[in-house]
Design a protein around this ligand. Structure first.
Ligand code: AP5
Length: 215
């Protein structure tokens, strides 16, 4: 199964993608995490991406598209994959279709997670992530047992540099202008499914798997 997860910042794409990866046994390809790893490793891609990410802008299409194309070539993507955070522009969606066409593949489902802006701002403002294993917490909805420390590996928790109020607002604006048009794009392709992203993560996961098995 080849799935694209679409949703504004904080919609729960990462949370749901991790659960879906386990459920379907297909790899999650989180472009935001891949770019943050490139920044940490000090690669040329990371250096180019950093300024865009810190200010809530999209990293240029050609950089992200090349990174994803390279990742999709790996053997673990043969049975399927789950793209989390890609595509984010019409140009990226078209490049993805072209890339898949070459091997006779296509996207089976573009899953759009719908969450109102107020909830997004609250989720992002309270997010904490483990430096070591990337586990995710929320200070109100899913707090760690000990503040600042990961329950799974005792790693140190941090707040992402793009989770400041100012950058959250900029990211929401970028989403509306550049990424929301993908909803129409995939609707015309006939593979769009929209799921209500409000509620407990387990409840939303159930909605997603019900939607996928009905498609
Ligand atoms: P990325 O890291 O992908 O960030 P994002 O799209 O802004 O999404 P987030 O990771 O912030 O949120 P999410 O929807 O995954 O929610 P999560 O599950 O974490 O991208 C970062 C940057 O990289 C971009 O701004 C851009 O610069 C660049 N980039 C990435 N891809 C790109 C591309 N294709 N093209 C160009 N540039 C690109 O949940 C958030 C919080 O809410 C957590 O604390 C979680 O615990 C909590 N939560 C989750 N679900 C629930 C729930 N049901 N109820 C309550 N709380 C919940």
């Amino acid at each position: 199964m080849r799935i694209v997860l679409i949703g504004p910042p904080g919609a729960g794409k990462g949370t749901q993608a991790r659960m879906l990866q386990e459920h379907f046994g297909i790899p999650q390809i989180p472009t935001g995490d891949l770019l943050r790893e490139a920044i940490k490793a000090g690669t040329s891609l990371g250096k180019q991406a950093q300024t865009y990410m810190d200010t809530g802008k999209l990293v240029p299409d050609q950089l992200v598209t090349a990174m994803v194309a390279e990742r999709l070539e790996r053997p673990d993507c043969e049975p399927g994959f789950l793209l989390d955070g890609f595509p984010r522009t019409i140009a990226q969606a078209e490049a993805l279709s072209l890339h898949l066409d070459k091997t006779g593949q296509q996207i089976d489902c573009a899953l759009s997670l719908a969450v109102p802006n107020l909830a997004l701002i609250e989720r992002l403002g309270g997010r904490w992530v483990c430096h070591n294993c990337n586990a995710m917490y929320h200070e109100r909805f899913s707090p760690p047992q000990h503040p600042g420390q990961c329950d799974k590996c005792a790693g140190e928790l941090y707040q992402r540099s793009d989770d400041t109020r100012e950058t959250i607002i900029a990211r929401l604006d970028v989403y509306e202008r550049s990424t929301a048009p993908l909803i129409d794009f995939y609707e015309k392709n006939g593979c769009l499914r929209t799921v209500d992203g409000i509620g407990e993560p387990a409840e939303i996961f159930q909605r997603i798997t019900d939607t996928l098995s009905a498609s």
